[in-house]
Design a protein around this ligand. Structure first.
Ligand SMILES: Cc1ncc(COP(=O)(O)O)c(C=O)c1O
Length: 389
């Protein structure tokens, strides 16, 4: 396993990149205010140098017409899936699309209906939690429960939802956003058997799959499970891990040829072409950045652990998760609105309300140590001054 010295790590990720002048969504929300934005799930860290260089070389070629994915890019994705997740996927299974959101929307349009039920975890990334509403389809929401102090999907609710005859589709979010829990192999195996038994299609949003912080934890892609191979769409992207979300690119992995053709057809009515530069960036990210990736995980792990230390024994209940750069903070003991209180202390977090959980906050800790340390000082002040119920 690649291991980087602490001194190198400190240098690599010590500086956050200034993003306001480049109109970053994350920074524009609080422009003109003394607020550190820690909401939307992108990073205030520069992308790896090989990605930047690949983009520069492509820009220098000076033409930007419609572009299709090419064989070495397809191979790069499959080699990455094999290396990172032990999944031997075939290049022909890939469908390129401008974003994961378009992917789960297309799956919903294709496999959901007004007369059937779609199962969705809560809390959840808002566009995923609300995906059925867009099409007027039926939904069954299933919650999360604490199991040995880890947030997990409520199995009782999940089993009863999957066995209902009206249920046709499950949207899985793995690793879970906002909780950061990674589905264990035994849970995925159990889920696969249930979906097979009850003839339920699975659309698995795995956009955070390459942000597994715990070295002992393995991500298990849905499509790699034998009982799900013929009934799944697995959605992934290099976007979150390599900070290229603004380039807009993702890929779906659909082993079943009939389902793949149907998905592509639905997608063609919903979205346009994939960004040519994003394809270049994705290939560079998945082929030339393994060391950077390992170092990033180490940096994020350190910040996650530091955050846990800051919050230990306070009125904010934080359970450090195995994956993502997102921390799910339980502030339900506070007598004030948590979002407003943090904002008053110069921190712009995501309000748990939007994920379906009032009283919670989601904090994105993917920034350089410079900004992170400042944020921790503000967080300490906010937490110690919060009035309790
Ligand atoms: C779980 C999840 N799915 C999808 C997305 C967005 O994906 P995209 O930008 O590729 O549409 C996000 C972004 O935060 C996310 O957290």
């Amino acid at each position: 396993m690649y291991s980087i010295h602490d001194a190198d790590l400190a240098r690599m990720f010590s500086q956050s990149v200034p993003r306001l002048e480049d109109h970053a969504d994350k920074w524009r929300r609080y422009a003109g205010q003394d607020v550190i934005p820690m909401w939307v799930a992108d990073m205030d860290l520069a992308s790896p140098q090989p990605v930047i260089e690949a983009l520069q070389a492509r820009v220098a070629r000076g033409h930007f017409g419609y572009t299709k994915a090419w064989p070495s890019l397809q191979q790069a994705v499959c080699a990455w899936l094999e290396r990172q997740h032990g999944w031997a996927a075939d290049p022909s299974w890939l469908v390129w699309l401008p974003g994961v959101v378009q992917g789960f929307n297309a799956a919903q349009k294709l496999w959901g209906s007004a007369t059937s039920q779609t199962v969705i975890q809560t809390p959840n990334y808002p566009p995923l939690r609300n995906v059925t509403e867009k099409y007027g389809h039926g939904q069954t929401l299933i919650g999360s429960v604490l199991e040995n102090d880890v947030w997990r999907t409520d199995w009782n609710a999940l089993e009863s939802a999957l066995s209902a005859p009206e249920t046709r589709l499950l949207h899985l979010c793995n690793p879970m956003n906002p909780e950061g829990t990674v589905w264990r192999q035994d849970d995925i195996t159990r889920l696969a058997a249930l979906c097979d038994q009850h003839d339920v299609m699975v659309c698995s949003d795995e956009i955070h799959a390459d942000l597994i912080l715990e070295t002992s934890v393995k991500h298990c892609p849905a499509g790699a499970q034998p009982l799900l191979t013929q009934r799944s769409v697995t959605l992934m992207a290099a976007s979150k891990t390599f900070n290229i979300a603004g380039l807009a690119c993702a890929f779906a992995i659909i082993p079943n040829a009939y389902q793949r053709a149907a998905f592509k057809d639905t997608l063609s009515h919903e979205t346009g072409e994939v960004n040519a530069l994003a394809l270049v960036a994705t290939e560079a990210a998945l082929t030339r950045c393994d060391d950077w990736h390992a170092a990033l995980l180490q940096h994020l792990r350190q910040q996650r652990d530091q955050l846990a230390t800051v919050l230990k024994g306070t009125s904010v209940h934080y359970r450090p998760a195995s994956a993502t750069h997102l921390a799910w903070l339980d502030c339900r003991d506070w007598a004030v609105n948590p979002y407003e209180h943090m904002l008053a202390h110069g921190l712009g977090l995501s309000d748990g309300d939007a994920f379906g959980c009032p009283g919670f906050l989601r904090l994105n800790f993917a920034c350089g140590t410079d900004l992170f340390e400042l944020a921790m000082e503000r967080l300490t002040r906010a937490v110690t001054s919060a009035p309790l119920k």
